[in-house]
Design a protein around this ligand. Structure first.
Ligand SMILES: Cc1ncc(COP(=O)(O)O)c(C=O)c1O
Length: 406
């Protein structure tokens, strides 16, 4: 069999950090271990029944068996606009300010290719969602990482970026509620971001993948809610998390008209739009009954409470996430994130994601997904309580404490 060599651009794509971990977990499972998988970000609940029913009904309509219009159906763009007005009070022109996406990831990977030339600078959060790096590599852009530090509530400190970098930067990715830290943004932070974007001509892309998941009665802020946001950027919204539709591949970009039309132009060359029945079901999700979103949010909050209060009872004073379905736990002193994740896997058969996989500034943390039942999370806490290191490393046999603030 001939082995064809791959292109330079393909060879430049970032390596999948978590692949080896997933393989290792697979080995434990195949040996019969009961692994509690808290390492991945795949929603565990089914899509709400009324959305599935809409897909079933729409799937038998022969009109949906044809090509969908390039750029998607008008009714879905209208539904996205109605959703933003209802949820965030933001008026949107469905014809010019919405682009339908094959999930948020597709949009996030496309945007650097839409707006950057090789060598152009993009600002990316660190730690951050690894797929941002794929779009950066495909655009041959130069990436500058913005550290997200706990002492700054995991928001970038723009004062840390030097003026040259800011002048060179053309694009910035942000993501709140944040994967992996569980942090949320404030109105003031977005105001500061818009000011910076105006001063330095930077296009802001706010990834709002976890927009529906905010705890303690606080609804996450949309970037577009803040005055002037549309002038400087867009938001990426996905139905994957809000409606448990990760497998359906549907989302949308919303906001600045020039960015939306650039995305649509690129997509015209890459695809025809999504299956019509998926578009009908997505519209149903956005404008149909919303109780399912509230219930989902409550479910994640209960899981968060089981995990965090359980860990606190061991004396491990980790911080509670404010949104998203991840907890970002500072590892006990003396361990790297990978070492600690390995201990959890090898000694407690719990898989978590080592923070270093999300960037240099993720070192010292592990990410735990709230995508298992309360019972499984409680069991994870119980297994952690039996870990040798919780006894061995602590003075007087007291449980180990991570150096975290509440
Ligand atoms: C921060 C963040 N952005 C975007 C996505 C992409 O989601 P999707 O492509 O399913 O819309 C994810 C998925 O895990 C994510 O965590």
């Amino acid at each position: 069999m001939k082995q064809f060599s791959t292109s330079e651009i393909l060879n430049s794509l970032p390596k999948q950090f978590f692949a080896s971990l997933v393989k290792k977990v697979g080995e434990y499972i195949s040996q019969g271990y009961d692994v509690i998988n808290l390492g991945q970000g795949n929603p565990d609940q089914p899509t709400p029944a009324h959305i599935v029913a809409k897909l079933q009904e729409a799937a038998v309509n022969p009109l949906n068996h044809k090509y969908s219009p390039f750029q998607g159906h008008q009714y879905l763009k209208q539904a996205a606009a109605d959703f933003y007005f209802r949820e965030y009070g933001v008026p949107i022109d469905p014809d010019k300010e919405v682009a339908i996406l094959f999930g948020g990831k597709a949009g996030l990977v496309e945007i650097p290719q839409c707006l950057l030339n090789p060598g152009d600078t993009i600002l990316v959060p660190d730690p951050g969602y690894p797929d941002y790096l794929s779009g950066v590599a495909l655009a041959k852009a130069e990436m500058v990482r913005m550290p997200l530090r706990e002492e700054n509530n995991f928001l970038p400190d723009y004062g840390e970026l030097n003026g040259n970098v800011l002048d060179r930067a053309k694009l910035m990715f942000l993501n709140y509620p944040n994967n992996p830290t569980g942090a949320v943004a404030t109105h003031e932070f977005f105001e500061e971001t818009i000011k910076l974007a105006n001063e330095h001509d930077i296009c802001i892309v706010h990834d709002f993948a976890y927009g529906a998941i905010g705890f303690d009665g606080k609804k996450p802020v949309s970037f577009l809610q803040v005055q002037g946001a549309k002038e400087v950027g867009i938001e990426i919204y996905t139905l994957s998390k809000s409606y448990n539709m990760a497998g359906w591949r549907v989302g949308f970009a919303i906001g600045n008209e020039s960015v939306i039309s650039a995305i649509e132009l690129l997509q015209d060359h890459l695809y025809v739009s999504l299956f019509g029945a998926v578009q009908e079901a997505a519209a149903e999700a956005l404008i149909g009954p919303q109780d399912c979103v509230k219930e989902l949010n409550e479910l994640y909050e209960r899981r968060r409470d089981v995990l965090i209060s359980g860990l606190h009872s061991l004396g491990w004073n980790v911080s509670a996430p404010r949104g998203s379905f991840f907890a970002w736990l500072k590892v006990p002193e003396g361990f790297s994130s990978t070492e600690f994740a390995n201990i959890l896997l090898e000694q407690a058969h719990i898989m978590v994601a080592p923070g270093i996989g999300f960037g240099e500034f993720g070192e010292g943390y592990v990410r735990v997904g709230l995508l298992s039942t309360e019972e499984r999370l409680a069991e994870a806490v119980e297994r952690i309580s039996r870990l040798e290191i919780f006894k061995e490393n602590s003075p007087n046999g007291e449980p180990l404490k991570a150096e975290t603030e509440e």
